[in-house]
Design a protein around this ligand. Structure first.
Ligand code: RIB
Ligand code: CA
Length: 308
């Protein structure tokens, strides 16, 4: 069993990742922590509550709001790819179950400080602001962390928000630098991988054919993602960015890569937010480079089927 905190900025693909995690028998989601990113901070917390209730879950799974802005840089959002609501403007009912009173950073710190050694997996699918704040506030959380699995960065693929930078890192590069340099074991799903795991029309149909409520919702989210990707970039098939982090928990052999140290460019200029992997057999980051994309969708469907 993997004890997991999911730190996210829902976000259409974050929402699919949450639904997949909820369906995985191998994952015990301890908390959802949210951060400003795709849309403004308060809205990412509302969206996490929406998905929690859409999946039929209640306040036994806390949703904790976190940093409302990046550490240093001006805030940026990504409504072009997620719609003004952050969930593709899909008609979800307003959430009824309250937000936790515990701040996201405190939830991460308290959970890791009271956990057994190396027992917590921190999945991060948005800007790394909360994680950087937790590591700065309480470096001893490293003891309780097994690993961080994050979606972020780009090398061979180039950026998706500038020609060099991927959104999660671009939105808070100073936080990303703190996390990548923390020495905590990290598995990184960058654009180098997620750009090769795409939601084609056939795969969206494959998801819908699973026939469960989470799969139907995921189908709607993926369809909305594809429409927005097309209007924003002319691509019909949206990359499956954030759900790959959950697949890396339940079926790691879908991915291959090399260990590395990761440099983050934080100086102002055209490369601001760029990630540069320096491959190193002793590096703390496993930088995934390839994925079995068909296998990834099979695994996503297994998890959304809730029979995982
Ligand atoms: O670059 C892709 C990442 O940015 C994903 O996490 C997506 O949700 C956005 O946050
Ligand atoms: Ca995200």
């Amino acid at each position: 069993m993997n004890s997991v905190i999911i730190d996210c900025d829902p976000g259409l693909d974050d929402a699919v990742a949450l639904l997949a995690a909820f369906g995985a028998s191998e994952i015990d989601v301890l908390a959802i922590t949210t951060v400003a990113g795709n849309v403004k901070g308060p809205q990412t917390a509302v969206n996490a509550r929406i998905i929690r209730e859409a999946a039929g879950l209640g306040d036994t799974l806390p949703v904790c709001a976190g940093a409302p802005r990046p550490l240093l840089r001006d805030p940026v959002t990504a409504e072009d790819f997620h719609g003004s609501t952050g969930l593709g403007n899909l008609p979800f009912p307003d959430p009824q179950i309250e937000l936790s009173k515990t701040h996201a950073v405190n939830m991460i710190v308290q959970t890791c400080q009271t956990a057994q050694d190396a027992s917590i997996t921190l999945v991060v699918t948005g800007p790394m602001t909360n994680v950087a704040l937790a590591l700065t506030m309480a470096p001893n959380i490293a003891r309780g962390l097994k690993e961080i699995i994050l979606m972020g960065g780009a090398d061979t693929e180039g950026g998706n928000i500038t020609s060099f930078a991927e959104f999660n890192v671009f939105a808070d590069p100073h936080a990303a630098a703190i996390v990548f340099n923390s020495g905590i074991p990290i598995r990184c799903l960058s654009l180098d991988v997620t750009h090769f795991v795409r939601a084609t029309a056939e795969r969206v149909a494959q998801v819908r054919a699973v026939g469960t409520v989470p799969a139907s919702i995921a189908g709607d989210l993926l369809e909305a993602s594809c429409k927005l990707e097309f209007s924003a970039k002319g691509d019909r098939d949206a990359p499956l960015h954030d759900p790959t982090t959950i697949l890396a928990v339940t079926k790691p052999d879908l991915f291959t890569g090399r260990t590395t140290r990761v440099e983050v460019i934080t100086e102002p200029g055209e490369q601001f937010g760029r990630t540069i992997p320096h491959f190193d057999p002793d590096g703390p980051v496993l930088w995934y480079e390839q994925a079995d994309d068909a296998g990834a969708f099979d695994e996503l469907c297994r998890l959304l089927g809730g029979v995982a």
